[in-house]
Design a protein around this ligand. Structure first.
Ligand code: BGC
Ligand code: BGC
Length: 777
């Protein structure tokens, strides 16, 4: 069963009633989905070798092909190219039932209204959820577009593969972005992006709506876990790595990445999803925009726009964001797509347009190239034509947008190779890259407390009690956006390893693992255990449904941990959640391991850390509030005048925290030149050593602070980082560069809005207790 979006279901139903009879007639014609063999279809019907139009000539330059095609297109065909429709509109009853593709509705959407793109939003899959069935479904949509549309233009097919190819049953589910943020490892993020792209490509899909470059700053926000954390440099570096991984897969069909949700999506004023953000231009420029920019500069072919409003203007209608920043300042050449139904929202929610054509004009003139208008192809295609007739949109702007969309299709090779071989899909996807997912999940584990060397579990431990329902809950461990939109739907069994199963598999012979599901049984068993591992967490959800005005462990879970502590035996708390949760009575146990939403291999990852097969190297990419009510919390908080601890940055676990089973020393920090001109990069050298007895991976962060500045500066700001492999006893010197841009700030008074620049004066760099002072001239 397809997951429905409650908010929208009502609307679609109402609408369905008025067009019911036409729909009923068309619903009768269900397509038999036939397998398309790649070679059969490489030449679109009707085009033959000699008289082939230039746009079909694979050897012609892309720009020329785009121009040739544009010149042949009617306004209606161009408008349609700018429209993206949910696949649910061409399946089953074409109203949202799901099911087999319906040829009559494909005709309406892809032919009559010439939609240029189709998406599978969370949970919108084929009738049978296997990779081969996905490939057949996407092939069939593609075949319809290629063979039946007048100019044989293939569609762009998009999906939210935000942690592996997460909608496909049997695909390996990777950790959510927040966990990847905790790895501080661009290599792992790049590899995870590439693995996901290979799986996505194997099912025929061309476009992945990933990565998220928003910043996690408010623990209440439901999409906190979809980010790489709270720091602009960390998030930007990892988002750029994900883009490179996604877009540079060799040997497979190409997949476009998406930098989303541009920009300022993660600052909802009351902590709820899709609520307006009010941010100063200084904060926007110096903090929020940075990660999107890094990801765009890494070559992202598409950008998805924030659903929310920023400073009183919906991002979807912001010429400042979509043209001045994205195009003029950053030189972005790709496609800008809206988020879900957001052009219509300009009329219905924001009320800044009188009707749909006016809303379309606002968005398109601001710089939108494609509308995610999941529901009504007719409304968009005709709406844009109406806007042109009314003189609200110039055809030139449409040619620019459509030109970008066609270029993307050509660059992805869709005109030459629109299909994949469904016979290869299962093998390419099912259980693929499990080792990598396990590595990523292991690297994402953040050990926050380890009193008296409780961990790793000693080989002498005879009895380990595992408690808490989350210990055996693969669905929560995978999180939102898994098979379904909100979570794994009822009745679907997600293959994977739970924490309990991971512990059972990793426990040494002779160690008894006892799972006590009920709270009183757990407390009883704990008294005779060597160690209790209690797994707590949050139920999986997505978007607004994942908002949490009180981001804390539930009362029941706090009580459970409290009763286990009373056993007098060591207790290790493992947290499976997409954000830090105030621990309350669960604080102060011997061990605390943050495991995030580690995916289907997560159980092994947790166990490897608990038993010491892996030395934990994850570091918090966010700040962990002490108490509920301390949100939003992030370490780059600016100074204030209230001396109270809770008024300043006072985290339970600070940004960057994380323990290891070995010990490290920062031996020295030096500047290559201790004085630079404003605008020059800063080069640093750090020497670090592993002073313990186990090999490990050390995150080396460099922070900067200002003894005095013109514009307020946070007490510390991450300006460079790397992750270094250090064998026991080994020392290494690593070189790091801080680009001038990372130090730049927007000058001026409260209304400061000019270009960011690097202030002259003193800058103090720190790495693990070591300091180096720089003068900027
Ligand atoms: C989300 C996007 C997602 C899109 C398509 C929206 O609601 O905000 O992140 O890519 O739906 O599913
Ligand atoms: C959400 C999308 C999701 C879709 C699933 C929409 O309302 O915004 O992200 O993919 O519902 O039906």
């Amino acid at each position: 069963m397809m997951l429905l979006h409650r908010r929208l279901k009502g609307r679609v139903r109402t609408r369905a009633r008025s067009i019911g009879s036409a729909r009923r007639r068309s619903a009768a014609a269900l397509v038999t989905v036939t397998a398309c063999v790649a070679t059969l279809a490489s030449a679109p019907a009707g085009a033959d070798g000699a008289g082939r139009p230039a746009y079909l000539d694979a050897r012609a330059p892309v720009a020329q092909r785009v121009q040739d095609l544009l010149r042949r297109m009617t306004l209606k065909e161009k408008a349609g190219q700018m429209d993206q429709i949910a696949v649910a509109r061409i399946q089953g009853d074409c109203e949202w039932s799901g099911g087999a593709l319906n040829e009559a509705c494909m005709k309406t959407v892809l032919d009559d209204y010439a939609a240029g793109s189709v998406l599978s939003g969370g949970g919108m899959g084929p009738q049978k959820n296997t990779p081969a069935d996905w490939a057949r479904m996407v092939n069939s949509v593609q075949k319809y577009a290629v063979e039946k549309s007048r100019l044989h233009i293939p569609v762009l097919y998009g999906v939210d593969a935000v942690h592996g190819h997460n909608n496909v049953l049997g695909a390996t589910v990777f950790p959510h972005q927040i966990g990847l943020g905790a790895t501080w490892d661009p290599g792992t993020v790049r590899d995870s992006g590439a693995a996901t792209a290979r799986a996505v490509a194997a099912t025929g899909i061309d476009w992945n709506f990933s990565p998220v470059a928003d910043l996690a700053r408010d623990q209440r926000w439901g999409r906190y876990y979809e980010t790489y954390g709270e720091d602009p440099l960390l998030a930007g570096t990892l988002a750029a790595a994900a883009v490179r991984g996604t877009e540079n897969v060799r040997g497979a069909k190409k997949v476009a990445a998406t930098v989303k949700h541009f920009a300022g999506y993660s600052e909802p004023s009351n902590g709820h999803d899709r609520v307006p953000a009010d941010v100063s231009v200084r904060y926007l420029q110096d903090t929020l925009l940075a990660p999107y920019r890094s990801a765009v500069e890494a070559g992202a072919r598409t950008v998805m726009v924030n659903s929310g409003a920023v400073n009183g203007v919906p991002a979807t209608s912001s010429r400042y964001l979509l043209t001045k920043v994205l195009r003029d300042q950053w030189d972005f050449k790709g496609v800008a797509v809206t988020d879900w139904e957001d052009i219509r929202a300009l009329q219905t929610k924001y009320k800044i347009a009188a009707d749909y054509p006016e809303a379309i004009a606002l968005a398109v003139n601001a710089g939108i190239d494609m509308a995610m208008e999941p529901y009504f192809a007719k409304d968009f295609t005709e709406g844009l034509m109406t806007a042109v007739r009314r003189g609200l949109v110039k055809e030139k702007r449409i040619d620019e947008a459509v030109g970008r969309i066609l270029r993307l299709k050509l660059e992805l090779g869709l005109f030459e190779d629109p299909y994949v071989d469904p016979g290869e899909a299962d093998e390419a996807v099912l259980g693929a890259d499990r080792e990598l997912a396990r590595k990523a999940a292991t690297e994402s584990q953040v050990l926050l407390r380890n009193e008296d060397g409780t961990l790793p579990v000693p080989a002498s431990a005879k009895k380990i009690v595992v408690a808490g329902s989350y210990a055996d809950d693969i669905d929560s461990q995978a999180g939102g956006w898994t098979i379904g939109w909100q979570r794994v739907p009822e009745g679907v069994e997600l293959p994977g390893t739970t924490v309990l199963e991971g512990i059972r598999a990793a426990a040494p012979k002779g160690t008894d693992v006892v799972y006590a599901a009920a709270a009183d049984e757990a407390a009883e068993q704990a008294r005779t255990a060597d160690l209790t591992v209690v797994v707590v967490g949050e139920k999986a959800a997505a978007e607004g449904e994942a908002d949490s005005p009180r981001p804390e462990l539930s009362a029941g879970q706090q009580a459970l941990v409290k009763s286990l502590k009373a056993s007098g035996k060591p207790v290790v708390v493992v947290v499976l959640a997409g954000r830090p949760l105030a621990l309350g009575d669960a604080a102060g146990t011997e061990g605390l391991l943050m495991s995030w939403l580690p995916g289907t291999e997560g159980g092994h990852a947790v166990a490897d850390v608990l038993f010491g097969a892996a030395n934990p190297s994850g570091r918090l990419p966010v700040s962990w509030p002490k108490k509920t009510g301390n949100e939003p919390m992030y370490y780059q908080q600016l100074p204030g005048t209230n001396g109270g601890a809770e008024s300043s940055y006072d985290a339970a676990y600070a940004f960057g925290a994380g323990l290891s089973y070995t010990s490290y020393a920062f031996d020295s920090l030096g500047l290559v030149r201790s004085s630079v001109r404003a605008g020059e990069p800063v080069q640093l050298k750090v020497t670090v050593s592993n002073t313990g007895r186990r090999d490990g991976d050390l995150v080396v962060p460099i922070h900067v602070s200002r003894p005095s500045s013109d514009v307020l500066a946070p007490a510390g700001k991450l300006v460079a980082f790397t992750k270094v492999r250090l064998e026991a006893g080994q020392s290494k010197t690593v070189a790091l560069t801080v680009p001038a841009r990372v130090l730049a700030v927007t000058p001026g008074d409260i209304d400061g809005a000019g270009a960011p620049r690097v202030e002259g004066g003193a800058y103090v760099f720190t790495a693990g207790g070591r300091k180096a002072e720089l003068t900027v001239r």
